[in-house]
Design a protein around this ligand. Structure first.
Ligand code: CP
Ligand code: NVA
Length: 341
């Protein structure tokens, strides 16, 4: 099991930066912060603190979650999109990291390459939080696990989740490693070319072994992977940064993994719930959804509209939990910088 040395700066660049104990601690902190926020007893631990949010890709949830989490904790944030800073154009990643470190208490980064997040962290004197890259989406996995813990009939270490679809994407990788760290039975149902890469799987296996959990299952057989499962999770079939031209191939490859009512009912577990990180192509109402409907005669891609809207769907609870878990990440990092975490 690889735990990246954090030196004195508590970066969160990928799921393997977190020990299982730290993941659990973040979930507990998020649950606590959520409860205090709801009951109007939130105590502000980020007052006077500022966060730079560098987003080179679009975002609804993650950006909002960082901004609102900082605000509710008494801090502030600056949103920097791909057109409004000098990053990459006339200013290097390293120079940007050094400048922002003089002004801010943390930097959230969403971008194309994981290597850029790592370069930013290497030059930053303040924590860098991965807000999604091509390889990892660690803050998503924290929200996923909090949602699973809230809605599972069993403890996390006895719960199961099947990710169906692009098993090699960022959301799947983070779920695999963070889920396995807590003993969750994680199953990936995907065509072979879209299986998780070997390093991610090795890390997940080692983490499962370390906590005595079941090693992740990776299979082409959706029915096998969903048998008795507590949660079925899917994500978009084409991720940000991938060319729109691959939609045809992905529809062909992933149609057998689409989550519809038959898949939900076929688990044999009447309590199976549905998860999705969002955004989702579940109908024809968006530009991409309309294109899929038009070109492939498919209304909704990775999930059918009826499953998305059903009472089994937890997608909006999951979306809300992005904020509570990101708040936990910011508060935890601030405590660690102060030497009390
Ligand atoms: N799930 C997620 O990361 O959503 P956004 O792209 O809206 O941030
Ligand atoms: N895999 C998706 C996740 C979006 C939150 C993407 O990277 O676009």
């Amino acid at each position: 099991m690889t735990i990246t040395p954090q030196a004195t700066v508590p970066h969160l660049l990928k799921d393997s930066d977190l020990t299982p104990a730290r993941i659990l601690r973040l979930l507990d902190l998020a649950a606590d912060l959520k409860q205090h926020h709801r009951s109007g007893t939130e105590r502000q631990e980020l007052s006077g603190r500022a966060f730079a949010l560098i987003f080179e890709k679009p975002s609804t949830r993650t950006r909002s979650a960082f901004e609102i989490a900082a605000y509710q904790q008494g801090g502030t944030s600056t949103y920097i999109d791909s057109h409004s800073s000098h990053l990459g154009d006339t200013e290097s990643v390293a120079d940007t990291a050094q400048v922002l470190s003089r002004l801010y208490d943390g930097i959230a980064y969403r971008g194309y390459q994981q290597s850029r997040a790592e370069s930013l962290a290497a030059a930053a004197a303040v924590p860098v939080f991965n807000a999604l890259t091509d390889r990892w989406h660690p803050t998503q996995a924290l929200a996923d696990l909090l949602t699973i813990r809230e809605h599972s009939l069993r403890p996390l270490s006895a719960s199961s989740v099947c990710f169906a679809g692009d098993g090699n994407d960022n959301v799947a990788a983070s779920l695999l490693v963070s889920g396995a760290s807590l003993g969750v039975d994680v199953r990936i149902a995907a065509p072979e070319p879209l299986w998780p890469d070997a390093d991610t799987l090795r890390e997940a296996n080692e983490r499962a072994d370390a906590v005595g959990g079941r090693r992740p299952t990776v299979t082409t057989d959706l029915r096998e992977a969903t048998a008795g499962v507590d949660f079925i999770y899917t994500d978009v079939w084409v991720s940000m940064g991938e060319p729109e031209g691959i939609w045809g191939d992905r529809v062909h490859q992933l149609l057998p993994y689409r989550v519809d009512r038959a898949v939900m009912e076929g688990t044999g577990n009447p309590a199976t719930k549905f998860l999705h990180c969002l955004p989702s192509i579940h109908d024809g109402s968006t530009r991409v959804g309309a294109r899929i409907a038009d070109e492939f005669e498919l209304v909704g891609a990775e999930v059918s509209d009826d499953v998305f809207r059903s009472s089994r769907s937890l997608v909006f609870d999951q979306a809300e939990n992005r904020m509570h878990t990101i708040k936990a990440v910011l508060v935890d990092a601030a405590r660690r910088v102060r030497g009390i975490g």
